[in-house]
Design a protein around this ligand. Structure first.
Ligand code: ACO
Length: 275
């Protein structure tokens, strides 16, 4: 694939996969080509041992201007229900793949984020925004409800009044407001965005990768469980993590604290690569 024409750009450096929506001239809105390409890129990166954290950002002034109104809606609708369902499967498919991605993921929101863009925003485990970024559920502005999971995203992430305001007003909020609402973790000036995301990624790079995967899944799963179900699930998941973690990190973490006295778990991570 020619990098210059690839609608998803990516590079892997020092454990971090930097993935970018790359249709800047169309404000990175998601057409079927981009949705298919994103699935391929996630496929390529997910089990690559060189990748320990994934960062998703956008080329140019947008993070993503949502679904492509021409190619994703109008042109697929012209193909009838078969076309519509296919394009839905392709977009929802990679959003889901990203939600349950093997490695922790960070949305680095550099600019516009509209409508369908809330799908990948939610799919990322963490989100760091530029103050200058602008978020909006513009669906109501062109006569539809926020579909494709978007209404579920805002209800899961936000208090009801904020979710309702964004949904009904179609008004924009900036990065700082998004952080106040907890739509994102934090917001920093655009000039500092990449530096801050690198710091956050570095924090994750120091942790046990198996523990990260089980912990991120647990946070997404337990919300709909009763307390007893969650308690049981978490016991089983820790046991499964012990099986998958061939480094026996849990024992090593205890050893470095109790025997070696080389770190304090309350103050930082044990040395993951030391054995
Ligand atoms: N679908 C299709 N084309 C789009 C989209 C989109 N979502 N967003 C931008 N584009 C295209 C424009 O049509 C334009 O194409 P052209 O150069 O061939 O004329 C090009 O991208 C640049 O867009 P401009 O509007 O000229 O860029 P500007 O920087 O002035 O504005 C903004 C950016 C505010 C993002 C504007 O493009 C916009 O409102 N886009 C639509 C946002 C939206 O409502 N998305 C849908 C959300 S709902 C959903 O996802 C289900």
């Amino acid at each position: 694939m020619n990098k210059a024409t690839d609608v998803v750009d990516f590079k892997v450096e020092n454990g971090i996969a930097w993935v970018k929506f790359n249709r800047p001239e169309k404000r990175n809105c998601m057409n079927p080509t981009l949705n298919r390409r994103m699935m391929e890129v996630l496929d390529e990166l997910e089990y690559d041992d060189d990748v320990r954290v994934l960062v998703l950002s956008g080329e140019g002034t947008a993070w993503s201007a949502g679904m492509d109104l021409k190619e994703y809606f109008r042109e697929t609708e012209a193909k009838g229900l078969r076309g519509v369902r296919q394009s839905q499967r392709e977009s929802y498919g990679w959003f889901r793949r990203l939600r349950w991605f093997q490695k922790p993921t960070i949305a680095m929101v550099n600019g516009w984020c509209f409508g369908g863009g809330f799908g990948p925003l939610f799919a990322c485990d963490l989100a760091i925004s530029a103050d200058e970024a602008k978020y909006g559920l513009s669906e109501i502005n062109w006569g539809i409800l926020p579909g494709g999971g978007v209404t579920k995203v805002v209800v899961d992430l936000l208090p009801m009044r904020d979710a309702m305001w964004l949904t009904l007003s179609g008004e924009l909020i900036d990065g700082k407001q998004a952080a106040e609402m907890r739509l994102v973790n934090e917001s920093v000036p655009l000039a500092k965005l990449e530096e801050r995301v690198r710091e956050v990624a570095d924090t994750l790079l120091q942790k046990n990768p198996v523990a990260l995967k089980f912990a991120k899944d647990a946070v997404r799963r337990v919300g709909t469980m009763t307390y007893d179900e969650a308690e049981d699930y978490l016991v089983r998941m820790q046991e499964a993590a012990n099986f998958h973690d061939k480094t026996e990190g849990r024992k090593e973490g205890i050893r470095q604290f109790i025997d070696e006295k080389s770190y304090k778990p309350g103050l930082g991570s044990y040395k993951v690569d030391k054995k």
